[in-house]
Design a protein around this ligand. Structure first.
Ligand code: CA
Ligand code: CA
Ligand code: CA
Length: 532
């Protein structure tokens, strides 16, 4: 504790000295005026619950903290800027000039401060300064290699190109837990078969910003499967154990030495915010793969917002049980299923764009309760709203396949394009648990949604009613043209006012169907890898 205090003090002293040396520089996002001890931030984007407000702000150095002097609204802007993220209480200053050098500064809001005060959490030179002790020098001048198991808290900074070699684990399993912090704009390059695995009890704090997303990609950055992907493992409930097992914990299919699950529904595996996961996936064995983002028993305390998985070899996001909640997902050019769940996922998700490539891609959503025991509990019961799911032309598969006993409540979503069927219910357990049209149990529902595929509905094995009757018997569903222009609603689209607020506190109340309100509300802009 004493040592930690000393380090913090040193950091703050250094910060003060550095700040007093700041010179005016046109490319900086912040400048320091030594005459007044003030820091000017010409543009601060304040992120709050999926919306943004823009301000110019002035901070004044008071002791070792920066106090807010003024904040005035300014026009919305793109390009390098300062970002205050209310989810993490952090201000990210991408560039302050100190002499000839430029620094990234992270400020943290002091809880309860009035006027607002910020402590200086990080000051990192934006130029390469060598590899830290937890990494080895890489093959190029500014690269450092991560490998093995990391059991102390570390921060990956933007001034280094980080190479993953082989599996990289954060923490032991529920022991030697660690926090992997990743700064905005940091690039991580997975080598062949490499993956990044956050073990139970440990956390990833990947806090990107709209102008400086965090990028996890392969060595070439062109093809699916160049590296294996990102895995979060948590202690939230999963199914797949024998009845009577008090706490269900199961091995991961592709890496069977790794265990996930537990009894902490609110478990927290950290933050993924403004993150691109590109060209990942590894088919370890037939039907046992690593995905772009694999979520194993991840709990609802985890924050996942603005995450793109692009060109994944297997699934985009595969959820193995747990209670994880997500917003603003972009799942593009995925080779297998864009969103896949099994082992009893009981989470939430809102604002999901699924867009397949022209030439490959399996299902938009493949949803299981449990493959081995369709009735295993806890039963999969996610709530999903505002999905836009677009299939490639000539697909031979389902847009959304609900099977193996899954439950789900779908709201405000649109499935369109060349899927063989938009919606399919499959398997006796799935039908049985749903009830019957006109007398549904509430476990398997869809409302305020649109379908418009090569065929809209198909019925799988064991059907006791038709998927068509199920869909059309529920509130405000339409089989018809949603009038999309690309992935956005075109002018006059019936999606624009066709939505309903979801009766669950996680969801942002909206009145529209699909992932986007209108053609001017494209939240994929700026932070994503190009996918059009
Ligand atoms: Ca998979
Ligand atoms: Ca799959
Ligand atoms: Ca699956």
């Amino acid at each position: 504790m004493y040592r930690l205090k000393n380090i913090k003090k040193q950091l703050l002293t250094t910060s003060t000295i550095l700040l007093s040396g700041i010179a005016l520089n046109a490319s900086a996002t912040a400048t320091y005026n030594p005459a007044t001890n003030t820091v000017d931030l010409p543009v601060v984007e304040v992120l709050s619950s999926g919306s943004s407000a823009f301000f110019s702000a002035q901070l004044q150095l008071v002791g070792n903290e920066l106090q807010l002097v003024s904040a005035n609204p300014v026009a919305a802007t793109t390009g390098q800027r300062n970002v205050f993220d209310s989810d993490t209480s952090a201000v990210h200053i991408s560039s302050v000039s100190v002499g000839a050098d430029s620094y990234y500064a992270k400020l943290k809001l002091v809880p309860g401060s009035d006027p607002l005060r910020f402590s200086i959490d990080q000051l990192v030179n934006n130029a390469f300064q060598g590899c830290p002790a937890f990494a080895q020098q890489g093959p190029t001048a500014n690269s450092c290699i991560l490998s093995g198991t990391i059991t102390s808290n570390v921060t990956l900074t933007k001034n280094i190109e980080w190479l993953l070699e082989g599996p990289v684990y954060i923490g032991g399993d529920k022991s030697q837990s660690a926090i992997l912090a990743i700064n905005p704009g940091t690039k991580i390059i997975g080598q062949d078969k490499a993956y990044l695995w956050i073990r139970r009890g440990s956390k990833i704090m990947a806090e990107g910003t709209p102008d400086n997303p965090i990028v996890m990609t392969g060595a070439i950055g062109q093809d699916a499967g160049e590296w294996a992907g990102l895995v979060l493992a948590g202690n939230a409930p999963v199914n797949g154990c024998n009845a009577g097992v008090p706490v269900c914990e199961v091995p991961f299919e592709a890496v069977t030495t790794e265990i996930y699950g537990g009894n902490d529904a609110a478990d927290n595996s950290g933050v993924l915010k403004y993150v691109q996961i590109l060209f990942a996936g590894d088919a370890v064995r037939q039907d046992e793969e690593l995905n772009g983002l694999t979520l194993n028993g991840v709990g609802s305390g985890t924050l996942i917002d603005y995450v793109q998985v692009h060109a994944g070899l297997d699934d985009g996001v595969e959820v193995f049980g747990g209670t994880v909640q997500m917003k603003h997902l972009v799942l593009t050019n995925i080779r297998d299923d864009s969103l896949d769940w099994t082992n009893g996922w009981q989470g939430r998700a809102q604002f999901i764009l699924i867009k397949q490539a022209l030439d490959s891609g399996d299902r938009g959503i493949e949803a299981d309760n449990n493959e081995v025991d369709n009735g295993s509990s806890p039963r999969a019961q996610p709530i999903l709203s505002n999905m836009t799911i677009l299939g490639r032309t000539g697909s031979a598969v389902e847009g959304v396949l609900l099977r193996r006993g899954t439950g789900v409540n779908i709201w405000n979503s649109v499935v369109s394009g060349g899927f063989a069927s938009c919606l399919t219910i499959d398997g006796p357990a799935t039908f049985a648990h749903a009830g019957t049209p006109g007398s549904l149990s509430g476990s398997l529902t869809v409302q305020n949604s649109y379908v418009n595929c090569a065929a809209n509905f198909a019925d799988g094995e064991g059907a006791t009613f038709t998927t068509s009757d199920w869909f059309l018997s529920q509130s405000e569903n339409v089989a018809g043209d949603p009038l999309l222009g690309g992935y956005l609603p075109a002018a006059g689209s019936p999606l624009t006012l066709g939505g309903a607020a979801v009766s669950d506190a996680f969801f942002t109340p909206v009145d529209y169907i699909g992932a986007f309100k209108d053609a001017d509300s494209d939240w994929t802009k700026e932070w994503t890898f190009p996918f059009n």
